[in-house]
Write a protein that binds this ligand. Structure first.
Ligand SMILES: [Zn+2]
Length: 235
């Protein structure tokens, strides 16, 4: 039984290795990076689009305000000629100064917004220029990856068939064993089956196994490590 289980683990390990190699290949790693870059680029371009829209409508409003200020200024200036006394003249002068100050502030704000629009435009163009090349490279990586994956497929299929056959054979005798194994594999633990070492230690985690567990090991051929949950067998 343990022999079959070990064979099962060996095949499982072979499949795991193939998948690992595939997922850590240059194509896969580079492809993932490029995929992420493209996704981020798309998000950023959208963000920049939205911000540009905001800024443009801001400029429009500021320009309207500015035009209104010019009108106010002209009206006030026209009033100077008709001022009836010094008091009114002073009042108008003060108003004119206020409007001028306000216009200067608006001008400053407009130029600051225009500067931001310009900066966004540059970043936008820069990013936009990088996207097509990244997309081409991404596609190349993907197709190379798919090619490699296809190359591995016959071997993986054969190994999986072997695994299924063994699983059936083991399950007929001890369904719990395969269940325990798969549960641990689901937690990304590998190897699941580890030999007892030094007479009483789990070689998976190096913890000592209790005397009760050791006798159970003699009786059943395997025992679950109380510390790391691996299946300990006697080598
Ligand atoms: Zn252990």
């Amino acid at each position: 039984m343990m022999e079959q289980m070990l064979k099962y683990q060996e095949i499982d390990g072979k499949i795991k290795k193939i998948v690992y190699t595939l997922n850590h290949s240059d194509e896969s790693v580079k492809g993932k990076k490029l995929g992420l870059f493209l996704k981020k680029a798309e998000e950023n371009l959208k963000k920049m689009d939205r911000r540009s829209e905001e800024l443009n409508s801001g400029v429009k409003k500021l320009k309207e305000l500015y035009a209104q200020s010019i009108k106010d200024f002209d009206e006030l200036e026209a009033g100077v000629e008709h001022a009836i006394d010094k008091n009114e003249l002073n009042y108008i002068s003060k108003k004119l100064a206020d409007v001028s100050k306000n216009m200067a502030a608006i001008e400053k704000e407009i130029s600051s917004v225009l500067r931001e629009i310009d900066e966004i435009g540059k970043s936008y163009d820069d990013l936009k220029r990088k996207v097509p090349d990244a997309r081409t490279q991404y596609k190349e990586c993907r197709s190379k990856f798919e090619e490699k994956k296809k190359e591995c497929e016959p071997e993986v299929t054969a190994l999986k068939a072997e695994l299924a056959q063994l699983e059936k054979e083991i399950s007929d005798k001890n369904p719990k064993l395969i269940e325990t194994y798969q549960k641990l594999r689901g937690q990304n633990i590998f190897p699941v089956l580890v030999p007892l070492v030094g007479g009483n230690k789990c070689s998976g985690c190096q913890m000592e196994v209790s005397i009760g567990a050791t006798s159970k090991l003699d009786e059943k051929g395997f025992v679950i490590c109380e510390n790391c949950q691996r299946l300990i067998y006697k080598a």
